[in-house]
Design a protein around this ligand. Structure first.
Ligand code: CDP
Length: 221
C-alpha cells in the first residue's frame, strides 16, 4: 500500500505521515528533506540559488543516508528548498530515488507536494493536509522558537505565503491536490483529531480495496 500525503508548509503533513507509517509499519520518506538538502548544499556553497547546473549537480550527489534532519529543518533552508524545487532539472534528478522508495515491496508512506500527482499517482491512499496560512505560521513560529531561532511571527507568515505562492505557481509539479485525495483542513483540529481523520480514511480505503475485510454488519466475525 502506498500512502501519499501532500500539503503546504507547516500543515502537519509530516506528523500525519510519520504516525501512519508507524501504525502500518511502513517505511516513510519526508521528500521535503531532499529539496532542503539541495537548498542547504547551495547555501553552503555560497553560489546563486538559481544556478541550474549547480543545483542539479547537488541533487544528483544527494545521499539519503547522510541527511542531517536537524540542520535541514532550520528556517532559511525552507526558503532555499522552495527555490531549488522550482528547477525542473532538480526535480528530475530526485525522481528516481522517490519512485524507488514508493514502489518498494510492501509499500511506503511519502509526504511532500507532488506525491499523489507526480511521484505516485497510483497510490492507494492520497491525503491533502492543509490549514489557513495564519494557523500554519503560528505552528511553524512555535516550532522555530522551540529550536532556539530568534524570529517573529510576521516574518514566518510572510515566508509561508511566499512559499505557498511559489510552490503552487511553479510550472513543474506544482502544489495541487490530487482529484482523488481526501482533504483534511486542520485549521481547527489538533494533532490527534487530524491523525484520527487520516486513519479513518486509510481504513476505509483498505476495506474498499479489499486489503482488509469489511466488518460484518452485526459486528460479528
Ligand atoms: O515543512 P515545510 O513545508 O516547511 O517544508 P518541506 O515539506 O520540508 O518542503 C520544503 C520545500 O521543498 C517546499 O517549500 C517545496 O518547495 C519543496 N518540496 C517540493 O517541491 N516537493 C516535495 N515533494 C517536497 C518539498
Amino acid at each position: 500500500m502506498i500512502i501519499a500525503i501532500d500539503g503546504p508548509a507547516a500543515s502537519g503533513k509530516g506528523t500525519v505521515a510519520r504516525r501512519l507509517a508507524a501504525h502500518y509499519r511502513l517505511p516513510h520518506l519526508d521528500t521535503g528533506l531532499l529539496y532542503r538538502a539541495v537548498g542547504a548544499a547551495r547555501l553552503a556553497s555560497g553560489g546563486a540559488l538559481d544556478d541550474v547546473a549547480a543545483a542539479a549537480r547537488a541533487a544528483r550527489a544527494l545521499d539519503l543516508e547522510s541527511l542531517d534532519e536537524e540542520a535541514l529543518k532550520a528556517g532559511p533552508v525552507g526558503e532555499a528548498a522552495s527555490r531549488v524545487a522550482a528547477i525542473p532539472q532538480v526535480r528530475r534528478a530526485l525522481l528516481e530515488l522517490q519512485h524507488g522508495f514508493a514502489r518498494q515491496p510492501g509499500g511506503a508512506v511519502l509526504d511532500g507536494r507532488d506525491i499523489g500527482t507526480v511521484i505516485a499517482p497510483e497510490a492507494e491512499v492520497k491525503i491533502f493536509v492543509t490549514a489557513s496560512p495564519e494557523a500554519r505560521a503560528e505552528r511553524r513560529h512555535r516550532e522555530l522558537i522551540g529550536r532556539g531561532e530568534a524570529i517573529g511571527y510576521e516574518t514566518v507568515l510572510e515566508d509561508i505565503r511566499r512559499r505557498d505562492a511559489r510552490d503552487a505557481g511553479r510550472s513543474i509539479a506544482p502544489l495541487v491536490r490530487a482529484a482523488d485525495a481526501l482533504v483534511i483542513d486542520n485549521t481547527e483540529l489538533d494533532k490527534e483529531a487530524t491523525f484520527a481523520a487520516a486513519l479513518a480514511f486509510v481504513e476505509a480505503r483498505r476495506r474498499e480495496l479489499g486489503i482488509v475485510a469489511a466488518a460484518a454488519p452485526d459486528g460479528g466475525a
